[in-house]
Ligand binder design. Structure first.
Ligand SMILES: *Cc1c(COP(=O)(O)O)cnc(C)c1O
Length: 396
């Protein structure tokens, strides 16, 4: 074909030849990949040749992100990138269970995970029990012969209670039940789930791993190869593959993940101590502080990296909470976490709005409780903003 003929066809061009390669991963938005022959396509589907076919089944940008998170987690088999953290939760809860099975969840799981356990699984004939993940006896008491998996988070939202992961992992191993850890809050920087008995690890990549609040993705990987395969097949069938552009942005975020985590965590520790000195703050919850109810457990499990979240309680009700949020200038009042900028959330008007009042009280969730996801601001400047906002709440 001559150079001029090529211009009359729609897609005849490959990339121009280059002896060198791009330093940055190319973004590959292609949905379909062309193979040379039917034999070659057969070989790809059979696994004799590696190659992409249709992007719901996998694409290079997803694989690059998965490989980075696999390396951070020490995952034994390649992880799967899903279109959101809930996509990963769904792959585990629906892809690995059948009617008649029983599932145990921590009662402080992410709200949508709780909803799937209380609404969707029972509708499909899968029974669920929610228990305090800090109490291994409660987990043991909830076990049944049909229990298939136990799903927990290491540090709970928003009270930052620490789960008894070692106790639960020993129990899961003894009973042959899968232990699923949602490591979104703690991240592999603070907690290596596979080293602590996890069979399956989940992330909302949307949060700290991507870190810039411009990507929605999830991740799941498994210790056992057959389970890993089932999760992948289910995700492809359910259609939860993440978009190449989101994966491309997530890779960019991951390049600085460890630095961001360490910086935010050090600032969180400083902010927690600062908040505890302010008039008008009645409680500070940070697992790195000695006055946290799970400090010793956090010390043992999190190797001094605790987390990038601080929760505190303002003296007062909704009016003081509104005044605080208005006074926290330059910070986003937004129900998310893990952004490069500090965000503040108010559980009673967001994550815990549907929780019954008596349960709110039992959890210590009052109108004055705020959760801070600490970002990369200068620690002293950040503390100054909080001093000012707490003062604004006191004066109305
Ligand atoms: C946000 C979050 C999820 C859900 O992730 P999405 O990406 O929002 O779907 C699951 N678990 C935890 C702990 C989360 O914080």
């Amino acid at each position: 074909m001559s150079r001029n003929d090529k211009g009359t066809l729609i897609r005849p061009f490959g990339l121009p030849d280059s002896a060198s390669r791009p330093v940055v991963t190319p973004l590959s938005p292609a949905v379909v990949y062309a193979s040379d022959t039917p034999d070659m396509l057969d070989a790809q589907y059979d696994g004799a040749l590696s190659g992409y076919t249709y992007s719901r089944e996998g694409h290079p940008n997803a694989d690059v992100v998965a490989a980075r998170i696999d390396a951070l987690e020490g995952a034994p088999h390649p992880g799967i990138i899903t279109s959101s953290g809930m996509g990963a939760v769904t792959a585990v809860l629906l892809g690995l269970t059948k009617a008649g099975d029983h599932v145990i969840g921590g009662n402080t799981l992410y709200g949508r995970s709780l909803r799937m356990m209380t609404e969707d699984l029972p509708r499909l004939g899968i029974e669920t029990s929610l228990v305090d993940p800090g109490n291994v006896d409660a987990v043991r008491a909830a076990l049944r012969p049909e229990t298939r998996l136990i799903m927990v988070e290491v540090v709970s939202n928003p009270t930052l209670r620490v789960a008894d992961i070692l106790g639960i992992a020993a129990l899961a191993r003894e009973k042959g039940v899968l232990l699923v850890i949602d490591n979104t809050f703690t991240t592999p920087r603070a907690f290596k789930a596979y080293d602590h008995g996890a069979d399956i690890v989940i992330h909302s990549v949307t949060k700290l791993l991507s870190g810039h609040s411009d990507v929605m993705l999830g991740y799941v990987s498994a210790k056992d190869e057959a389970i890993s395969d089932r999760l992948r097949v289910f995700s492809v069938t359910a259609g939860t593959t993440g978009s190449p552009f989101d994966c491309w942005l997530a890779e960019r975020g991951l390049l600085s993940f460890d630095l961001r985590f360490d910086r935010a965590q050090a600032t969180a520790a400083q902010l927690a101590d600062h908040l505890s000195t302010l008039d008008g703050v009645t409680r500070v919850l940070y697992p790195g502080r000695r006055d946290h109810p799970d400090h010793h457990l956090a010390e043992a499990l999190l190797k001094g990296r605790y987390c990038t979240m601080v929760t505190f309680e303002l003296d007062g009700g909704r009016a003081e909470a509104n005044a605080f949020a208005r006074g926290a200038q330059g910070l986003s009042f937004a129900p998310t976490l893990g952004d490069v900028g500090t965000t503040i959330s108010h559980p009673l008007s967001s994550s815990h709005r549907a929780v019954a009042p008596e349960d709110q009280a039992a959890l210590g969730m009052t109108e004055g409780v705020f959760r801070v996801s600490v970002g990369l601001e200068d620690a002293e400047a950040l503390c100054a903003v909080f001093s000012q906002a707490v003062a604004a709440a006191r004066t109305g």
